[in-house]
Design a protein around this ligand. Sequence first.
Ligand code: FPP
Length: 239
Amino acid sequence: MRELDLTRLPRHIAIIMDGNGRWADKHGLTRAEGHEAGAKSVRASIEACRELQGVEVLSLYAFSTENWRRSEAEVSALFGLLSKYIHLELENIHKEGIRVRIMGRREGLSERVLSDLEYSETRTRDNRQMTLNVAINYGGRAEIADAARRLAREAAAGALRAEDVDEEAFARRLYVPELPDVDLLIRTSGEMRLSNFMLWQVSYAEIVTLGVLWPDFRKRHLHEAIERYQKRQRRFGGR
Ligand code: FPP
């Protein structure tokens, strides 16, 4: 393993898994096959985090609210893959003591997908070794708007005073309120965009972009990103 300082691991790592389509093009395969290959990297990233014993949360951007604009075939391949992944991997994830959380809007998802997602969360609910937070039908602005709507409803019902709306109260209305802030945000395939991912939670995150296309992502890439993170000095707005 590289020279990682195991006493200074990021508590929360979030990954924008990018480059499945380009990887497929490069190998003369379909986009669906690119995503399928990307699922192997999902396994590698979970194992790598779990092994480090100190990373508390791994968040993965699996399907954004903008991804509905892709072809019907690709959307259905992505959801098919998600269900397949849950059926194949959930027991392993459970045995590893990993708790699964799903972050995103439930509206718009099929009954079948919803029941798979709910099963993943209830099956692993008591696990405490690590949290795997999967963003599905997720948009950062939608999450913020949804939290604002909840606050407004509570205020209108007389359950909350406007003076009590502060950052903490707001954070408690996010999709997965117990998540700590993101420490390290990784994006693969060399792009530098946030793409509407966890806008509230990444306020002070260190961003590391890697050239590797997501289907080629392996443990060593996660270690490289953590090493780069550990070389940075985090100041949180201070000096
Ligand atoms: C981005 O590549 C990737 C996605 C939109 C989907 C990520 C999904 C997976 C890796 C599938 C499995 C996920 C789980 C959690 C089991 P892209 O298609 O935007 O690539 P491109 O920019 O090269 O076209």
